[in-house]
Design a protein around this ligand. Structure first.
Ligand SMILES: [Zn+2]
Length: 357
């Protein structure tokens, strides 16, 4: 049957017929299976390199916000060393991470933040973390207890394994916001906070044009945590995790394995969203990062998602125009405090201290 004649056949038949017509006419290039395997590995290496570079970028941004902006995290502060460790994951990506970055089944240091206590103490990439203050790293609960007991100024004794030898170093941690900032593998423009940590989706890292824009997103999520939005929301919704900024995903019709669509219905209330925008800018300012461009960045986020105005998720957010005017007013408020040399703490409702007693 010639391709130009359309037969009124069943849908499956039509599909087969069209597929037949669309077949390439040239010879297929002969490919060696071993070469295909090597190519797979090369592509996996690129994924590993990009994931690692993005996580290291987040670590550096988080370090600056967490240490210099710690006042904004109120009582949610703890000892920070400025190192990032990973354990080897199962599967091909884990194999590549092991080969390229020396990641082992035990917590392996993959990044030491420049100027951090870990760097000053001589911790190096490839070191395996064995114990902190006599508590084996494997006992995560005990380590958390050790962190709770820590008082500012007290040193951490860290036992490392380096080239199969035990090395002990001493570092005096800095005080900073406790929440780790992780990378979520989805290529979507989104970010999340669960009260204890912050997750940034890979798509957001691509969307942010520079580290200052990415810091705006990280500080917004930290603000959701420090202002206890998830705790209050959890009580209302019975949830432990909230997707933030998820409208972009929904209107683009993308699907991911984290079921964001369901989570987006449980988005922050307008009041919490406005507060995260307000407190997040104070965090930026405390960290010495520029805030002038914040309205432009959030406008760009809104423009990436023009249909979102009609979604239920966005209906729970303050309208874009309200948010932009509020942001511009916040920038003016903070710049006024900077010029008068006043403390950079958010204004609370009358009679309430920003840092709870
Ligand atoms: Zn938010």
């Amino acid at each position: 049957m010639p391709c130009s004649k359309f037969a009124p056949a069943a849908a499956a038949m039509v599909a087969l017929f069209l597929a037949g017509c669309a077949a390439p006419g040239t010879q297929r290039v002969a490919v060696d299976n071993a070469a295909v395997k090597i190519e797979e590995r090369k592509q996996m290496e690129i994924v590993a390199e990009e994931l690692m570079a993005e996580q290291l970028r987040l670590n550096t941004i988080r370090w600056r916000l967490a240490t210099r902006g710690k006042a904004v995290c109120r009582e949610d502060v703890g000892p920070l060393l400025g190192l990032h460790s990973m354990t080897r994951a199962k599967g091909p990506l884990g194999d590549v991470m092991a080969a390229k970055f020396g990641v082992t089944e035990k917590p392996t240091v993959v990044h030491v933040v420049a100027g951090s206590p870990a760097e000053l103490a001589g911790v190096m990439k490839g070191d395996i973390l064995k114990a902190v203050n006599g508590v084996p790293i494997a006992e995560a609960k005990s380590l958390e207890e050790a962190n709770e007991k820590w008082r500012p100024g007290a040193p951490f004794s860290i036992v490392l394994e380096r080239n199969r030898l035990a090395v002990t170093v001493t570092a005096v941690p800095e005080v900073g916001c406790k929440y780790p900032v992780g990378l979520s593998p989805e290529q979507i423009i989104n970010a999340f906070a669960d009260g204890k940590r912050v997750m940034i989706a890979r798509g957001m890292i691509t969307f942010a044009r520079d580290d200052n824009e990415l810091a705006l997103v990280v500080s917004h999520e930290i603000a959701h945590n420090s202002m206890k939005h998830i705790d209050a929301k959890k009580q209302n919704m019975g949830l432990g995790f909230l997707a933030d900024l998820a409208a972009v995903l929904l209107t683009k019709g993308q699907v991911s394995n984290t079921n964001f669509a369901g989570l987006a219905a449980a988005a922050y209330s307008q009041e919490f969203e406005a507060e995260a925008a307000y407190v997040g800018l104070y965090l930026m300012a405390n960290a010495g990062l520029p805030i002038d461009d914040a309205p432009r960045f959030w406008r760009r986020m809104a423009a990436a998602n023009p249909q979102s105005i009609k979604t239920n998720h966005t209906a729970s957010h303050p309208s874009t125009s309200y948010r932009m005017v509020a942001l511009e007013e916040t920038v003016k408020e903070i710049q006024g405090k900077i010029s008068r040399g006043e403390p950079l703490l958010p204004n609370m409702q009358e009679g309430k201290p920003f840092i709870p007693k």
